[in-house]
Design a protein around this ligand. Structure first.
Ligand code: MV4
Length: 487
């Protein structure tokens, strides 16, 4: 939907592809043309390079935007597009390949004087070498798959006695997951922040940075909430990280939109972690603080245009925070919750952007990642933006499926979050949902609510006055009852 909208804004015809379970998906309904490319399993449709290129040929498409999942970081796909004379809206296959190998990327970063996490920059040849390097850099260390990324195939090793078995496991996991058992070693940074820098490069050698995103709030290496700017960066750190990111992109011969991920330690040092060679889910927060449209710019860059501005023309203004709204149940270990959306009431209004792909009556398929929408708030200050976002989360009603909206209520009310004190251990520390205890609480509270209302027949009347005099969050029970009455 993000791409369909950008095409229509630019006067470009948008062609969708879809799998068997996506016939009625919103992007199919809203695109100008749509082509079926196969069965529900991604390998038979959204990951099937020939079928996608065949659809492109039938449609007469000049370019393909790969989105942010599936083939978006697949060098073979970018190369197949090049061979078929269809423009891949993204970097070259060579840049994707370079950044796809974490060890090759580290070697390039070393040459470009980009600070990276201390450790090895080639695959470990033996257990002895691993021992030696771990002793040199100091425990704890991390073993990582060279072909990995995003936390896949990663192992924390706290002392030498664990190294041997960890290396074996890491190798076999890497082999199984990526078909490549190359494993390297990094010193582990404890409780880092994840801060990433957006860059934009054209095909003529110009490159700028567009500010950072704080993405420390993650669950199992899935981002949950992102914001820009990061509460942890000073203007000097931002400039330094931005200039470092531009050096990294130039070293990779990079074109189009990309993101350099950094780990930020508690002393304010940052280290290159990896580069994401695609547009990212969380790009809206950058768009809101820069006033730019990244998809428009991606398309213009792919068409051979020069960047229409220089670094000194860019100004970062205000604050933006994004919530990833998923069809999953936070009360039940974030179990996926596919199914029909029976009612929908979407927040709008000042300071709210909702990038959504759903509609009432649509069936959330169980085959794919259940991201429903990105709810983004923006405003002058971080504090004001948090208030706007809370208001919007409270307005948002999605009936028929479970969603993680309650998790955002919890985060946005948390004093540590409000103070900007987030790191990659944040969600683990947040006491939230899940488990039997919670089920008991719920039952207990339901019984208490029933008794309370039976004892005093006046309860529930005079709702107008009551809701006027109490804060919007004074009673989660009232709100839940009203929500359920609506759905
Ligand atoms: C690390 C690290 C600490 N030290 N590397 C996880 C995802 C992948 N991009 C790299 N990851 C990490 N690498 C070193 N040397 C901690 C993490 C990490 C993490 C990073 C970003 C966001 C959330 C995270 C959660 C756990 C671990």
């Amino acid at each position: 939907m993000r791409l369909v909208r950008a095409c229509h804004e630019l006067g470009i015809t948008a062609v969708a592809v879809y799998s068997e379970v996506d016939r009625s998906a919103l992007h199919v309904l809203k695109a100008d043309e749509a082509y079926a490319i196969g069965a529900a399993p991604a390998a038979e449709s959204y990951l099937h390079i020939e079928r996608i290129l065949d659809a492109a040929k039938r449609a007469g498409a000049e370019a393909i935007h790969p989105g942010y999942g599936f083939l978006s970081e697949n060098a073979a796909f970018a190369r197949a597009c090049r061979d078929a004379h269809v423009k891949f809206i993204g970097p070259s296959p060579e840049s994707i390949e370079l950044m796809g190998s974490k060890t090759r990327a580290r070697q390039e970063m070393e040459k470009a004087k980009v600070p990276f996490v201390p450790g090895s920059s080639r695959g470990l040849a033996s257990l002895d070498e691993a021992r030696e390097l771990a002793a040199r850099f100091g425990y704890p260390v991390m073993l990582k798959a060279a072909a990995g990324g995003g936390g896949k195939g990663m192992r924390l090793v706290v002392n030498e006695s664990e190294l041997s078995s960890a290396l074996e496991t890491a190798r076999s996991e890497a082999k199984r997951a990526f078909g490549d058992d190359e494993v390297y070693l990094e010193k582990a940074i404890t409780n880092p922040r994840h801060v990433e820098m957006q860059i934009l490069a054209d095909e003529h050698g110009n490159c700028v940075y567009l500010g950072e995103r704080e993405c420390s709030i993650q669950r199992r290496h899935q981002k949950v909430l992102e914001e820009s700017p990061s509460p942890a960066l000073t203007p000097e750190m931002r400039r330094s990280m931005g200039e470092t990111a531009v050096r990294a992109a130039k070293a990779a011969g990079y074109a189009n939109a990309g993101t350099i991920e950094f780990l930020l330690d508690s002393s304010g040092n940052f280290y290159f972690l990896e580069m994401n060679t695609r547009l990212q889910v969380e790009h809206p927060v950058t768009e809101l603080v820069t006033g730019l449209d990244l998809v428009h710019l991606q398309i213009r860059i792919a068409a051979g245009e020069q960047l229409p501005f220089a670094q000194e023309d860019l100004k970062l203004r205000g604050h933006a925070i994004e919530c990833r709204v998923y069809a999953e149940d936070p009360e039940n270990n974030f179990f996926p919750s596919p199914g029909r959306i029976t009612s929908l009431n979407e927040p709008v209004g000042p300071g709210i952007r909702l990038d959504s792909g759903i509609y009432e009556g649509w069936n959330v398929p169980m085959e794919y990642d259940a991201l429903l929408a990105k709810l983004v708030a923006y405003g002058k200050s971080r504090e004001g933006t948090v208030g706007t976002l809370k208001r919007a989360v409270d307005e948002y009603v999605v009936g028929g499926v479970r969603t993680n909206l309650s998790l955002f209520r919890r985060i946005l009310d948390d004093p540590d979050f409000v103070a900007g004190k987030t790191d990659t251990g944040y969600l683990g520390r947040l006491k939230f949902g899940g488990g039997e205890e919670n089920g008991d609480d719920e039952q207990m509270a339901a019984v208490a609510a029933a008794i309370w209302s039976a004892l005093n027949p006046a309860n529930g009347k005079n709702q107008q006055v009551e809701s006027f005099t109490s804060s919007p969050t004074s009673s989660a029970w009232k709100r839940t009852a009203r929500t359920e009455a609506l759905s």
